[in-house]
Design a protein. Structure first.
Length: 140
């Protein structure tokens, strides 16, 4: 378990906050964001939301990438994103068709593995190993 962090860490590869890698949030607020995306499409126009959740490029053989979201090749209704801030790990996933979703925030270096195992156990989806492999490769 990691120590409680009550400040923004400006050292390392991200010396200043920026949209690409410095989001600091808790599960409750991120869950609200996810509900807003599912129910109100983030107040984006239908065209903008459609572009955000549409595959924009092929990240790996089994993972597509939208505008900020990973998209499993096997189920393109699902969008997901992960975070890694110095051992604080998170994984969020939403099915934009069924409006099911989960956000898991952990204060452990094993948080992504735990999240993948949990989501694999509660869904009938077969793409979680693909997501895990993508994240593992991105983290190296």
């Amino acid at each position: 378990m990691l120590e409680f962090r009550n400040h923004i860490d400006l050292s390392g590869d991200a010396p200043e906050p920026n949209a690409a890698w410095s989001l600091y949030s808790g599960a409750r607020d991120y869950g609200k964001f996810m509900l807003e995306m599912l129910n109100e499409h983030g107040h984006l126009s239908p065209e903008s939301f459609g572009e955000m959740v549409k595959p924009q490029n092929q990240a790996t053989a089994s993972i597509l990438w939208g505008l900020g979201w990973g998209i499993p090749e096997k189920d393109q209704n699902v969008i997901w994103h992960w975070g890694d801030n110095g051992g604080y790990r998170s994984l969020a996933a939403m099915d934009i068709k069924t409006k099911d979703g989960a956000c898991i925030f952990c204060n452990s270096y094993g948080g992504i593995d735990l999240s993948i195992d949990f989501l694999d156990s509660i869904t009938d989806s077969s793409f979680w190993p693909d997501v895990a492999e993508f994240i593992e490769g991105a983290e190296e």
